[in-house]
Design a protein around this ligand. Structure first.
Ligand SMILES: C[S@@+](CC[C@H](N)C(=O)[O-])C[C@H]1O[C@@H](n2cnc3c(N)ncnc32)[C@H](O)[C@@H]1O
Length: 445
């Protein structure tokens, strides 16, 4: 039997199609089984009771579930056994049977009696990391540091790997770098060229190695902007020169982001493209200000509308009378400049002038700012307060739910997380204890 003084020999088990028996259906099994399935194992779960998610896996036919206590013979034919029942005597019996049959057995309740130790493992792109230090917490900490380093590129993900090519359209989220997806960060860490927008999370760019070429194609509303054709041409040109290009975009590439135009242009030029979805500002910016876009009994639907052209513009394809008739939430993007026209139109088609409206500028950023008004008052209020793009406008009763949430947050003790959307984040000009326990910053009209 192994002792804790032994030096483990680290292996990567290739389990596809191989039987793994998991005895016990609690939290430990709940963590192990999904990873075993990811490795393609043929999992037999033996336990009279299991967690809800394990039961789902059994019902979906992804694992075999023997709904009873462990019995002699259960591990016959297995390559690996995980003894994770809540009974040490049963775990010991399983481990002993496995030892006799020369089957590797992980004993979850007693590392000193376990033939196998499970490393703290993680995945960064195509790199699998496993750490064993003798102390599971320390191993997890080291694993996190390595995985984070690989994802941000600080551990040299670009060295020694097969060089990627083509273009990746990465949705960067609304601006807070914490809302960039793990996949997005991984690809960014491997980029040779990054073509970035004004609304992308630009603070991640400083993490990139100095040899990465950064091309700024910021499109400023009513200001300097780079034509879409030039952006497409830059993506194609760099990719065709053998460089891996990440097109870092704000929010989600396919939500009013012209991402599909870039994909089509690249594909027409024979350049392969990957699209990484992003967290769209249409939902995340309201959430960051404490505004849920749906709430049971209040709003069963929400519509996201681009107001880059006004309601009466002949190019508008939006059915404003239908939107005015619904009780659902309306989320407007690119709407600040044309808010008066939108409010007038909605009221004209029957929406009440007292409908609450929230306007959130610079959502998720330290400069985030929110005003609350009504359809009647919002346009002059935005002007008076100097609210500038980028901003998301939320129209509907959910704005009142936000007020309720804000009230509850205000009642939280100092030191509690910031607000439900983004714990701990507070607008830059609020400081100290107040900033840690803020309600969404709201100026009531
Ligand atoms: C061209 S659209 C791009 C939307 C983006 N693809 C998305 O999914 O979020 C730009 C608009 O998104 C909204 N927006 C993006 N980021 C924002 C932010 N951090 N705060 C407020 N509004 C934002 C604004 O309405 C802005 O005018």
């Amino acid at each position: 039997m192994a002792t804790t003084d032994d030096q483990p020999y680290l292996l990567g088990l290739r389990l596809r199609g191989r039987r793994v028996v998991v005895a016990g259906g609690g939290a430990v099994a709940g963590r192990r089984v999904p990873a075993l399935l990811d490795a393609g194992a043929d999992v037999l779960l033996v336990s009279p009771e299991v967690t809800g998610s394990l039961e789902d896996l059994a019902q979906a036919g992804r694992i075999h579930w023997a709904r009873r206590r462990y019995a002699a013979g259960d591990i016959d034919g297995a390559w690996l056994v995980c003894a994770c029942t809540d009974d040490p005597v049963v775990n010991a019996a399983i481990a002993a049977a496995a030892e006799t049959q020369r089957i590797w057995c992980v004993r979850a309740d007693d590392a000193s009696q376990s033939a196998v130790w499970t490393p703290a493992s993680g995945l960064a792109g195509d790199v699998r990391v496993g750490v064993l230090s003798g102390d599971p917490r320390r191993s997890a900490g080291i694993r996190d540091a390595i995985v984070a380093g690989l994802r941000t590129g600080s551990l040299g993900a670009r060295r020694g790997r097969g060089h990627r090519s083509g273009v990746a359209l990465v949705g960067g989220g609304p601006g807070d770098p914490g809302l960039l997806t793990v996949r997005g960060r991984q690809l960014l860490a491997e980029a040779d060229v990054v073509v970035t927008d004004r609304l992308a999370p630009r603070s991640v760019l400083h993490e990139l190695p100095p040899d990465v070429q950064i091309i700024d194609v910021a499109k400023i509303p009513y200001g300097r902007s780079v034509a879409q054709e030039h952006i497409n041409a830059a993506l194609i040109e760099h990719a065709q020169a053998g460089r891996f290009v990440v097109r870092l975009k704000g929010g989600d590439p396919y939500v009013f982001g012209r991402g599909s135009e870039e994909v089509i242009a690249c594909l027409r030029a024979g350049v392969p493209v990957t699209v990484v979805p992003g967290v769209t500002s249409a939902v995340a910016v309201p959430a960051a200000a404490g505004v849920p876009v749906t709430h049971r009994g209040v709003a069963q639907e929400f519509s996201v509308v681009s107001v880059h052209v006004a309601p009466d513009d002949e190019r508008s394809t939006v059915n404003w009378p239908a939107l005015a008739a619904t009780r659902g939430t309306l989320v407007l993007l690119m709407g600040v400049e044309r808010l008066a026209a939108v409010a007038d139109t909605l009221i004209r088609y029957g929406r009440s002038g007292s409908t609450p409206v929230s306007v959130i500028a610079d959502g998720t950023l330290p400069t985030q700012r929110t005003i609350v008004a009504t359809l009647d008052t919002v346009a002059p209020r935005v002007l008076k307060d100097g609210i500038r793009p980028p901003a998301v406008v939320v129209i509907g009763e959910v704005v009142n739910v936000a007020a309720e949430i804000a009230e509850l947050v205000r009642g939280m003790p100092p030191g509690a997380p910031g607000q439900p959307g983004l714990p701990g984040r507070a607008p830059a000009h609020r400081a100290g204890a107040e900033a840690q326990a803020t309600a969404p910053e709201t100026e009531q009209a």
